[in-house]
Design a protein around this ligand. Structure first.
Ligand code: E4P
Length: 217
């Protein structure tokens, strides 16, 4: 499973990238707002840090507007992946941008049928939002499982990018289902390493080691 980080916070991205944990980054207009920066400058900074796909989202809602914005975003760096919404215009833009040889992430996916449309439009990534479905009382993970089955039934190579992840359990369950990628907020990504028995075990080993009076040198 590939790990993308779901943030536009350049410092967080630098830190996680230095750990060797990042395969890519996803941003959206809300995350750009939170970063306090300009989309072109922030995206450029991120692309200079991370080699993998960096999703930058169009904000136009019509096909022509999306294509115009996609051109601007594509100029920022070769690894910019254009993010378009799951609308009819977004699907049309997805096909056209893919024909130009660019990666496309189709976002705001909440059903297997929507994911099927995105795959038929040639999307590189489909982003089903787990947390937002859970918030509404639906089972976001069930949608991931349905999309996995649909894509496998027909051999689509669109990658399932599990998004709107809120907990380490979301990551585990998406991995068990076979999602290709998880885009994870920085705090949740760091929380994956945590286990109380790891902390307790390490404490014990260090205490016993101190009693030996030895040094590894
Ligand atoms: C990623 O591409 C999405 O924009 C993001 O995961 C949405 O997450 P949220 O529901 O926590 O805002």
């Amino acid at each position: 499973m590939k790990f993308f980080v779901d943030t536009a916070d350049v410092k967080e991205i630098q830190e996680l990238n230095a750990l060797g944990l990042l395969d890519g980054v996803t941003t959206n207009p809300s995350l750009i707002l939170k970063s306090g920066g300009k989309i072109d400058e922030v995206t450029k900074q991120i692309c200079d840090i991370v080699e993998g796909p960096v999703s930058a989202e169009v904000t136009a809602t019509d096909y022509d507007g999306m294509m115009k914005e996609a051109k601007v975003l594509a100029k920022i760096a070769d690894n910019v992946c254009i993010k378009v919404p799951l609308t009819l215009d977004g699907l049309k833009a997805c096909r056209a941008i893919r024909a130009e040889g660019r990666m496309v992430n189709v976002t705001l996916c909440f059903s297997a049928n929507q994911a099927l449309l995105a795959a038929k439009a040639g999307a590189t990534f489909i982003s089903p939002f787990i947390g937002r479905l859970d918030d509404m009382g639906f089972d976001g993970m069930e949608v991931i499982a349905e999309i996995r089955q649909v894509y496998d039934n027909y051999g689509f190579d669109t990658e399932i990018l599990a998004a709107s992840i809120r907990t380490p359990d979301h990551v585990k369950r998406a991995a068990l289902i076979g999602a290709d990628v998880a885009t994870i907020p920085p705090a949740t990504l760091k929380a994956l390493v945590k286990h109380p028995l790891t902390d307790k075990g390490l404490e014990q080993f260090l205490a016993d080691w101190a009693k030996t009076g030895q040094k590894i040198s």
